[in-house]
Design a protein around this ligand. Sequence first.
Ligand code: NAI
Length: 719
Amino acid sequence: MNELASLTKHNGVAVITVNNPPVNALSPGVPESIRAHIEAAELDSSIQAIVIIGGGRTFIAGADIKELEAAASGATPNPPKLHPLLCAIEDATKPAVMSIHGTALGGGLEVAMAGHYRVASPDAQMGQPEVNLGIIPGAEGTQRLPRLVGVPVALNLCVSGQAIKAGESLQLGLIDQIVEGDLLTGAIAFAKEVAAKGGPHRKTRERNEKLGTLESNAAAFAAAREQARKTRRNQHAPLAVVDAIEAAVALPFDQGCQREREIIRECLASDQCRALIHAFFAERTVSKIPGVPKDTPTLPIRQAAVVGAGTMGGGISMALANAGIPVLLKDADQPALDRGMATIRKNYESSVKRGRLTAEAMADRMALIHTQLGYEGFETAGIIIEAVFENMALKKQVFTALDRIAKPDCVLASNTSTLDIDEIAAVTARPHMVLGLHFFSPANVMRLVEVVRGKASGKQIIATCMALTRTLRKVGVLVGNCWGFVGNRMMFPYMREAQFLVEEGATPAQVDQALYDWGMAMGIFAVDDMAGIDVGWRVKQEHKHLEKQGLREPLLLEKLIAMGRLGQKTSAGWYRYDGARKPIPDPEIEALIAETARQAGIPRRVISTEEIIERCIYAMINEGARILEEGYALRASDIDTVYLTGYGFPAYRGGPMWYADTAGLKKVYERVVDFHRQFGELWEPAPLLARLAAEGRTFASLDAEKSVESAREERAGAR
Ligand code: NAI
């Protein structure tokens, strides 16, 4: 009969198995198919109980996000409807036992909660992560969850979006039993037992005993709203989900569901929801690389080596060890190695202290990192990552040595943030084995890795490194070999405008506050102080010869460097620091800025928040458009992923290019043209931005067009 779910009989128990690989998402046809089998089981007098279980590696993992995307973009009128299935389960006269393994998230958990009973394997996970996509649970989850676990727990689960394991679920009352051993056998036994007892098999919607009242939960609602505002700054959905759970307490079940539907409809119609869904798919699209098909053979990485045990080399070694890959870590001198290992130890110890890692796991990981001064053992490494000082002559020296030692199929990667990968590759006799792997600091934490493709980088090492980033639980984005690659190249105009704005009358604190309130994780001046003002400065000096002469230059950096105000590390930079890392606005700097502007003849004026946002963000977008047009990023959505995973750009704005689409490319372009007129050549509009704005198009439409083209080419290639 129906393939999306099947029914088998086991001695009086109907087992309905969902078959929609890979994760049994609730795609069209799945709910209908499960429901048809429930109806059949109800009519079958030989059946006493019903078990619903997922085929393959999981229960129903969640909604079909493509369907949500269609609803959010207005292509389909309503959110996917599960109500008839939920009713069929809950109203069944025979006990319905939901049998959970893998994950029951979102719609998956909502279906599970409609059952009369839930059993789970010990490692199963459950949660309502909808807020991550800018929505609330929309299939009665906000109404059933508080009935099962009580209001405070339901609030926490829905606002945080975090999943919990079976053990905790059992304690909270979300499930009724943990099944050790074979889940289906255990579920059938449980079903027989409850059927034999003869009920009543309670409907979740009628279980009101844990709900309490609006008064008794007042503090919990207030705390949840506070949690939402703090942990999900500026986002609507986490507050909306509190409203929906409030409705569960205030209203009878059916009316509560009605309220939930109204709220989710509002969420689906929001820019935030569309942006978060875009961010979700953008991150999954990075692995699609034209010319490097999914089945490109990758090289096995069983042993890695890292050169340079400094900030980055240490972090990269940790990332490798965390994934179980043994690392040979080399530095030029013993004190540097000792410092490197001490930092690694300190970082792991802090994870152990915070309960994120066991002492045994720490010991295992430390044991995977072997320090050394020479190149012994490097000949067995599948990848060698260089992270020595940012100096071309030194990097060339290291790669010359690596070329002599490494096995022929070893990937040679540089962690350089600005140097030319082709120039580095050229000192080897195997440029096709060389590329950049640009990790971000702290490399054991930050998810982004720019995989920098040199002119000669072979497709096999690209495929290998993209796969490696996944193994490291990071997000690899393939970028081209231009100055600053994608992320830092866009960061420079952003930073430049921030500095111009303070010269023209804003304060660093005002600019930072505007950017922070807009959603950036940190203000740009606070970032500069954290990274070290001298770092960016040195990079800029080295590349001065590439810059066009006669353009306006920021004036303050040089003065800060001369004053020894290098940022947090000297307790003073754009801000002052008094022991803690909290930036304190410094009148001395504000006076210095005003005086510098006076000397340079820059008129001072009141700067609006709107101008701060437009100049900083649009400068970034204009550069992004150039990068895209020049082919240094494959897609606008890749640029978004770089900014979302590496630069603290707010996910609910979708990334800089998506944000530009949302603001309207015509508007962005016109402002860039205004700024060009006002501030000169640095604001020359990117031709791609001009073209798309004139055609009334978006960066997203350009991505869609490219994806159709590359699918066509792939099909042609396969023939
Ligand atoms: P660092 O100064 O902390 O560490 C560099 C290490 O390389 C030092 O321990 C030094 O002793 C060692 N070293 C120097 N010459 C060596 C040689 N011949 N053989 C072996 N080891 C040698 O520098 P950091 O910050 O770790 O930067 C390393 C690379 O990563 C640079 O190319 C930098 O541009 C890049 N990068 C840095 C980021 C950051 O935030 N610090 C972010 C992304 C990339």
